[in-house]
Design a protein around this ligand. Structure first.
Ligand code: SF4
Ligand code: SF4
Ligand code: FES
Length: 312
């Protein structure tokens, strides 16, 4: 028989509740049905506390605390919807919305934007996009006074340097999830990291070399965790560019990868009888959403064989 779970008493939005000992505030809030925005948090990754959109007010704490990483403690008094909390979340969303292309970040983000009445346009029209390589060449500590008439942003051309996936850093919110998935939390390859400081901070390979010259092994685990569409398979990128990508026409079928005996689960995204993308379910205990290059990208042969059988 498993040991009984110890609980602790906390107060959330003036309601006394008991939650399991050791849970984070985010886990406690979710168990209470309180919708809490998160951007850099993912159940399968170590919390890094960088986006600050999940902050709550804790009595006795001078600064707002990130709920995704702060553990609930006996007697804590937590406010999740105070003026300070709403203001902080609104500002985070506005700063991100004014500087990053969030158009593929999904419906949840749009819902939070609406809830907190975030208005990214109040910072002015977007500054012109940087030319290819300019942001990669920025040196820490060499900042120029910003043009206050326009909103600074990370717009830049898409990086396409291999046949498997593209990096569209105009959509990058610097959540660090890709760095964690490439590093200790999954792949242990460390092909990418954060370079630069302040507004010049960016995700980069070593010395900003193309992926083909980096340590990347093309597992695509960074794609799997990216919340904004900054990292996408090249096939998806190409289909979106040509207008052929149609998520409404796609079905998702779960199966088991046949390349080896590990037993990774695959989700085959199929559009018009063609596999257009492979992902992996987050809730599967073998892979937790992660795959290797073969499982994620090695599906073309299925379609080649089918065409052959049809005599095409
Ligand atoms: S594809 Fe894999 S190895 Fe390459 S950068 Fe992404 S996580 Fe790292
Ligand atoms: S590329 Fe995606 S996963 Fe990586 S930091 Fe940017 S938004 Fe996050
Ligand atoms: S989700 Fe908590 S700091 Fe980003």
């Amino acid at each position: 028989m498993s040991a009984p779970i110890r609980t602790i008493a906390i107060t959330v939005d003036e309601q006394p509740v008991r939650v399991p000992e050791g849970v984070t505030l985010l886990e406690a809030l979710r168990s209470l049905g309180i919708d809490t925005p998160t951007l850099c948090f993912l159940e399968t990754l170590t919390p890094v506390n960088v986006c600050r959109v999940c902050v709550v007010e804790v009595e006795g704490s001078r600064a707002l605390v990130p709920s995704c990483s702060r553990r609930a403690e006996e007697g804590m008094v937590v406010l999740t919807d105070s003026g300070r909390v709403r203001h902080a979340r609104k500002l985070v969303l506005e700063l991100l919305g004014s500087s990053v292309d969030l158009s593929r970040a999904g419906p949840e983000l749009a819902r939070w934007m609406e809830r907190y009445e975030a208005d990214p346009s109040r910072f002015g029209p977007p500054a012109p996009a940087a030319a290819a390589g300019v942001r990669d060449a920025a040196h820490a500590g060499h900042h120029h006074a910003p043009d206050e008439a326009v909103a600074a942003n990370v717009s830049q051309p898409v990086k396409i340097d291999n046949e498997l996936y593209v990096r569209d850093y105009a959509r990058c919110i610097l959540c660090y999830k890709c760095v964690e998935a490439c590093g200790e939390d999954a792949q242990n390859t460390f092909a990418i990291a954060v370079a630069g400081r302040g507004f010049d901070a960016r995700i980069s390979t070593e010395f900003a070399v193309p992926l083909t010259d980096s340590a990347c092994v093309y597992c695509g685990n960074c794609i799997g965790v990216c919340p904004t569409g900054a990292l996408v398979p090249k096939r998806e990128h190409d289909m979106r560019e040509s207008g052929a990508w149609d998520a409404a026409k796609q079905t998702v079928t779960r199966t088991v990868c046949t390349y080896c005996g590990v037993g990774c689960n695959l989700e085959l995204h199929v559009q018009e009888d063609t596999i257009v993308k492979v992902t992996s379910p987050m809730d599967h205990d073998v892979t937790n959403g992660h795959l290797c290059i073969k499982g994620r990208f090695g599906f073309e042969f299925v379609q080649v064989r089918e065409k052959g059988e049809r005599g095409e």
